[in-house]
Design a protein around this ligand. Structure first.
Ligand SMILES: NC(=O)NC(NC(N)=O)C(=O)[O-]
Length: 344
């Protein structure tokens, strides 16, 4: 499976395990995550480790410190001890596991990693150093140029991580697969975007995402370019393209926005949305189940490069947990917003 939380498709491991596929990357800078501090990042700055785009290797690219590497890389340690860094999560959340990705690091990858977590109401490094840390990933050996999908040993919600590497070396990318918590606390009866990535929404399945994946639909803000949306290949057979999204919380949808920003010669002719309150099943079985979901938004004509707002057209289905966006017959949509009230 691959997903795109930037302008370039992320080539995640060929197949993410279910616990990762149904999670949000809490370390995605596009929802506010940030590398706060590193004990050392001489060869490659720690911020690169969170880049939502796939790690790349650029032969022949060097900087004043050495070979340019796309990740976090510390200098060769000549003393005891180990390197570490602080990462602020984009949302407070529970953590199911990690992808510790050493892509392109072959003779300089970190031999081992462990990860600790804490809850802290500040990003101040001194305060974080004094925080109470809990190990949620025990020390684990790493290989070069590999994805390491590792389960976390925790059910609690956290705000910050300390990533320890033993004793030094590089990590290309860190993905933190989890679920935001408490995003709707205090919203009362306000309309909230139930499917936004930063509110725990996530893509479940799609039939095609040749040019841009479904994850882009629920990113914050408007799309930055045509690559920052969900775009399918040109359909050459009857039917329509679709994607299934899970809401961050069950709720009743009252206002829908379908944004075709940047899609001018390839926006869908029409769209519709089906929805359901799903209990049980798997992401895979939802693909079949979704064929029979009731219509939340009947077919609507779309236009180029515009936000389309719908409210009176929305069926009164009550609280739902999943939607299926149908685009007819194919094309690109930049963002989908599903404003509603959280089910009490
Ligand atoms: N060829 C290298 O990559 N050498 C060093 N690393 C970088 N990035 O230059 C090292 O010591 O690991």
């Amino acid at each position: 499976m691959s997903h795109n939380t930037g302008s370039i498709r992320i080539a995640e491991p060929a197949v993410l395990p279910d616990w990762a596929a149904r999670s949000v990357d809490l370390a995605n800078p596009r929802i506010g995550a940030k590398a706060l501090y590193a004990s050392d990042d001489f060869f490659a700055e720690v911020a690169r480790m969170l880049n939502p785009e796939p790690a790349q290797f650029i032969p022949g690219k060097y900087d004043d410190n050495g070979k340019w590497m796309d990740g976090w890389e510390t200098r060769r340690k000549r003393s005891t001890g180990h390197d570490w860094c602080f990462v602020k999560l984009g949302r407070k959340g529970t953590i199911r596991g990690f992808d510790v990705d050493t892509s392109h690091f072959t003779g300089n990858y970190a031999p081992a990693v462990s990860i600790e977590a804490t809850v802290c109401d500040t990003d101040d490094v001194a305060a974080l150093k004094d925080a109470k840390w809990t190990e949620i990933l025990a020390s684990t050996s790493l290989s070069g140029n590999s994805h390491h999908l590792l389960r976390a040993n925790s059910d609690e919600a956290w705000t910050h991580l300390r990533v320890n590497i033993y004793p030094d070396g590089g990590i290309a990318r860190l993905r933190v697969y989890g679920q935001p918590v408490g995003v709707f606390e205090g919203t009362g009866d306000a309309l909230v975007d139930l499917v936004a990535l930063e509110n725990g929404g996530r893509p479940v399945a799609w039939n095609d995402a040749h040019f841009g994946t479904a994850a882009n639909l629920i990113l914050p803000g408007r799309g930055i370019n045509m690559g920052d949306g969900w775009e399918t290949r040109r359909r050459r057979e009857p039917g329509n393209d679709w994607c299934i999204l899970e809401l961050g919380a069950a709720g009743t949808i009252e206002k829908i926005e379908v944004d075709t920003a940047h899609f001018k010669g390839n926006y869908p002719d029409r769209c519709s949305i089906q929805a359901a309150f799903v209990e049980g099943g798997t992401d895979q079985s939802l693909i079949t189940q979704s064929m029979f979901w009731p219509v939340l938004l009947p077919e609507q004509k779309l236009s180029m490069d515009a936000i389309h707002a719908f409210s009176e057209q929305i069926a009164r289905l009550g609280p739902v947990t999943h939607v299926r966006l149908n685009i007819i017959p194919d094309g690109g949509v930049s963002r989908l917003r599903l404003w509603g009230r959280v089910k009490k």
